[in-house]
Design a protein around this ligand. Structure first.
Ligand code: PLP
Length: 405
């Protein structure tokens, strides 16, 4: 019950939950759908996880989605014009809106394989005997579940480690070289060297930057560097629709990729549809994201993290550290850990308590069972105070000695 006064304190101030799609707005419209269905909603202090439904769309995006829902257009014309507009905004050759970064990977790889040959488009994912190339090269250190999106085209993954193995693996079967930007520093060959090797052998390149904004510059950086295809998620840091993403880069590959995309039916991409609302929503999310004051947003995240850190550190035995991951999810991240002798609880215990609290709160996995991580970029401003209060309360309840703050 002790959380109620905190909520009460907020109810009086500016609107606590100002974003569309939230329970507060839904209730105002007369129906609280999630509540009626018995679905738990929660404060997301974890991050842009697909299983937690990613991110919240800004008002501008929802306006565009509502606008688009009232008109018919031709899907190809919409993709053409939106693609051109995105390419202008991001200063790259061409772009298309896909149903996510994984779809951008599948369609981009398909475009590289088929070119503008519609017969080949229909042959995917069966490459043998078609004259199409059959292999994609990936560094072992860049092995990630999402690479399955490349296998959907029929491509076989050839894993290599180090420059020598990489160069040896390149053959006349090599269709593509894929780079996972998040693991740049884990791989033996880093982002520019990888590109140079590919270019020296005239192999098309793809870079997976799904979770790599912020910083906003990354939307421009890798096409400018020379990667042929660059894949971003729409529903992570950009806060577009969760089922949207961007494929950026060379026009010849992206035009070819479109041949495997809806509305065309005899394709591997027919299931990767993006509706007109989300295509327009993705464009508007991108425009809105490009226009925001990124330095100011960063300062806000730092202040929110400090508030939460200061609160939980008042519990004896609790320690915190602020870490900024170098590439993907590059945002201030609070690692909260505790001495199990002073706070005899596992992260699973504490997360269960946070989850079942009111309001329910989700945090992210930590490195071991006596730590978890918190980010604030998916919070609605104001929620950091609730998170700080609740985290402190739950940790203090688990602690052996009383708090000293
Ligand atoms: C999230 C993610 C994907 C998948 O992105 P979607 O937009 O959900 O399809 C692919 N690769 C990496 C590295 C990711 O983080």
């Amino acid at each position: 019950m002790s959380v109620i006064p905190v909520l009460g304190a907020f109810a009086g101030s500016a609107k606590l939950l100002p974003l569309p799609g939230e329970a507060a707005d839904a209730t105002a419209g007369g129906k609280d759908y999630f509540k009626e269905l018995g679905i738990r909603t929660f404060i997301n202090a974890a991050g842009t996880y697909t299983f937690m439904t990613g991110s919240l769309m800004r008002d501008e995006v929802m306006s565009a989605i509502n606008y688009a829902s009232k008109e018919f257009v031709l899907l190809d014309e919409l993709e053409d014009k939106v693609g051109q507009r995105i390419a202008t905004l991001l200063r790259c050759e061409y772009a298309t809106v896909t149903s996510g970064a994984a779809a951008a990977m599948t369609l981009g790889a398909a475009g590289v394989l088929t070119g503008m040959d519609e017969k080949k488009v229909a042959q995917l994912p069966f490459l043998e005997g078609t004259g199409m190339k059959t292999e994609v090269i990936i560094q072992k250190e860049h092995d990630i579940a999402y690479a399955h999106a490349l296998k959907n085209t029929g491509l076989r993954i050839v894993y290599v480690t180090g420059r020598e193995e990489l160069e040896k693996a390149i053959s006349d079967k090599t269709a593509l070289m894929y780079f996972l930007n998040a693991n740049n520093f884990e791989g033996k060959v880093q982002v520019e060297e990888f590109l140079k090797i590919a270019q020296a052998h005239s192999i098309p390149t793809m870079i997976d930057c799904a979770a790599d904004v912020p910083p906003v510059e990354n939307l421009f950086k890798y096409t400018a560097m020379g990667y042929d295809l660059v894949c971003f998620s729409g529903g992570k840091g950009i806060r577009g629709p969760q089922s949207a993403g961007l494929l950026l880069g060379r026009k010849k590959y992206i035009e070819a990729a479109r041949l495997s995309a809806p509305p065309r039916g005899n394709t591997i991409g027919r299931g990767l549809k993006v509706n007109k609302e989300e295509i327009l929503g993705m464009l508007v999310a991108l425009e809105t994201y490009l226009a925001i004051d990124h330095a100011k947003e960063w300062k806000m995240w730092e202040a929110q993290i400090k508030l939460i850190s200061d609160a939980v550190k008042t519990v004896a035995g609790v320690e915190t550290e602020v870490v900024v991951p170098p590439v993907a999810n590059h945002i201030p991240t609070l690692h909260i850990s505790w001495d199990p002798k002073k706070v005899p609880a596992t992260a699973a215990d504490i997360r269960q308590k946070l989850r079942s609290g009111n309001p329910s709160i989700e945090v992210a996995d930590g490195a071991n069972q006596h730590t978890f991580n918190v980010t604030t970029w998916m919070l609605v401003p104001g929620q950091e105070k609730i998170v700080a209060t609740q985290l402190k309360k739950v940790l203090a309840e688990m602690a052996l000695s009383p708090t000293h703050g």
